[in-house]
Design a protein around this ligand. Structure first.
Ligand code: ADP
Ligand code: MG
Length: 446
């Protein structure tokens, strides 16, 4: 192996760019040693669009009519969405924090070649706040040893999000109040979460309590509106679980979710925001004139440029036509259920079989999305101590922090990025799911 690769692995292990592998052995997070080049105007556009997308999503999360209309039909066959919708119906819209991530692929489809197209807007459990900042630090350290087609774009995602979390705890204004981190039982990406916890403690003196939804059901109570756990008030509840049905395998987990939603703890995110991030909602927002309900004409026009084609599969003429098109051209579409966390989408013949075998009601819980074709580049990938050069594509996520105090948006800004680079022949994009490598952005000369 080349010495600079060994040096990069040492940097990763020394500085916490680490994760557990599926066998729960410690390893470095998979990373790329070829920063992804982006044109300055493209980067500026993405950064500027973060607060606008955040504002849109906050408004959508409070729009009961839209969520009911859009997700009601999905809930008929998707029990998970149905259960979240039930909780949403019973809770008030109050203060909540959004740590969002808006994912894009640069498209080489059709007339708008080279433009960013939105893959999805994530509202819950956005990971890599810690690891992506470490990735940038590794690249900064290795800058002179790598092939970099521009200037590295600074990335302080962890600093910005943790500062925001600390600000929320101050706003909540209860002495010694803590952060509750809702977690899964076994977490391969543990250190990404620990990085947040340690920074909150070391820089802001704030304690974080880690619990699963089931443990919360057993230990939480509401007193004077506050969420109490182990004799402490939880100012902020930060979800790193709760986004997948597996987190609610035991019915008791739902009790944990309900107690959180019924208390005055600041949720990150609230159940409404989680629902706003559903892929079906993304599809509905891409319909003509939808964005204008929430944004100015010029904001709506800017954001809509990033939408790829998304279609219903249902009994309508358009729905039938979309299904037929996908069956005839499977390589041009991807079929998505209302799930998060990677590995759930259907491609190629699997997609065709699913469309042909589902009932009309089942189809309503899916979104058919145009496949975004992305330019390929040669990159050095380092996975589990082995490096290889591969033809790759990259997905860019912009993080945003946004605080809604129950009346209006108080803070709203872009807070850094995630780049995931994967082999060009790989459909899915998750880092911990084993598909992609962490990367950084470098800005090309204008
Ligand atoms: P999840 O909620 O599981 O992350 P995504 O919608 O982000 O679902 O899809 C997972 C991955 O699949 C993405 O990271 C991306 O690599 C790929 N993908 C999703 N949608 C498209 C699309 N329209 N075109 C090309 N690739 C896509
Ligand atoms: Mg995704």
């Amino acid at each position: 192996m080349e010495p600079y690769v060994t040096e990069a692995i040492d940097f990763a292990l020394t500085n916490g760019l680490i994760k557990y592998n599926p066998q729960f052995k410690l390893t470095h997070a998979p990373f790329c040693l070829s920063p992804h080049a982006i044109q300055p105007r493209m980067l500026e556009f993405l950064v500027a669009s973060t607060p606008v997308f955040n504002e849109l999503m906050i408004k959508v999360g409070s729009d009961r009519e839209l969520l009911e209309e859009t997700l009601g039909p999905v809930a008929r066959t998707d029990r998970f969405i149905g259960s979240l919708l039930d909780i949403y119906r019973k809770t008030e819209i109050s203060h909540h924090l959004q740590i969002s991530r808006n994912d894009f692929l640069l498209s080489i489809n059709g007339s708008q070649a080279g433009e960013p197209k939105q893959v999805e807007f994530n509202t819950i459990s956005n990971s890599f706040l810690y690891l992506t900042q470490k990735m940038y630090q590794l690249h900064k350290y290795m800058e002179n040893h790598m092939c970099c087609r521009g200037t590295l774009s600074e990335n302080n995602t962890l600093n910005d999000s943790v500062a925001m979390m600390a600000e929320i705890v101050r706003y909540y204004d209860v002495e010694d109040a803590c952060v509750l981190m809702v977690v899964q039982h076994a977490e391969q990406n543990l250190f990404d979460q620990r990085g947040i916890e340690y920074k909150l403690r070391q820089e802001y003196g704030i304690v974080t309590i880690r619990k699963t939804l089931e443990e919360i059901a057993e230990s939480a109570s509401i007193r004077d509106g506050h969420l109490w756990i182990d004799g402490r008030v939880m100012a902020l509840t930060y979800f790193r679980a709760g986004y997948t049905p597996a987190d609610y395998a035991a019915e008791k987990a739902w009790e944990g979710r309900v107690v959180i939603e019924n208390s005055s703890t600041v949720k990150c995110p609230s159940v409404g925001m989680q629902l706003a991030g559903a892929k079906k909602v993304q599809q509905v927002l891409a319909r003509p004139r939808m964005l204008e309900r929430y944004l100015s004409e010029s904001q709506a026009s800017d954001l809509s440029r990033t939408f790829a084609g998304m279609y219903d599969l249902d009994e309508s003429v358009e729905g039938q036509l979309a299904g037929e098109l996908a069956i005839r051209n499977p390589d041009r579409y991807v079929l998505k259920p209302q799930r998060e966390g990677g590995g759930n989408n259907l491609y190629d013949q699997e997609m065709v079989k699913a469309i042909q075998s589902m009932s009309m009601d089942e189809q309503k819980a899916y979104v058919l999305m145009e496949r975004i074709m992305t330019p390929q580049e040669q990159s050095v990938l380092v996975v589990d101590h082995v490096s290889e050069e591969a033809s790759t594509v990259s997905e860019i996520g912009r993080y945003g922090v946004c605080f809604f105090d129950g009346q209006s948006i108080k803070i709203n800004k872009d807070s850094g990025y995630l780049v995931r680079t994967k082999a060009a022949d790989q459909n899915e994009g998750g880092v911990c799911a084993g598909y992609a490598c962490l990367n950084s952005l470098c800005v090309e000369a204008p």
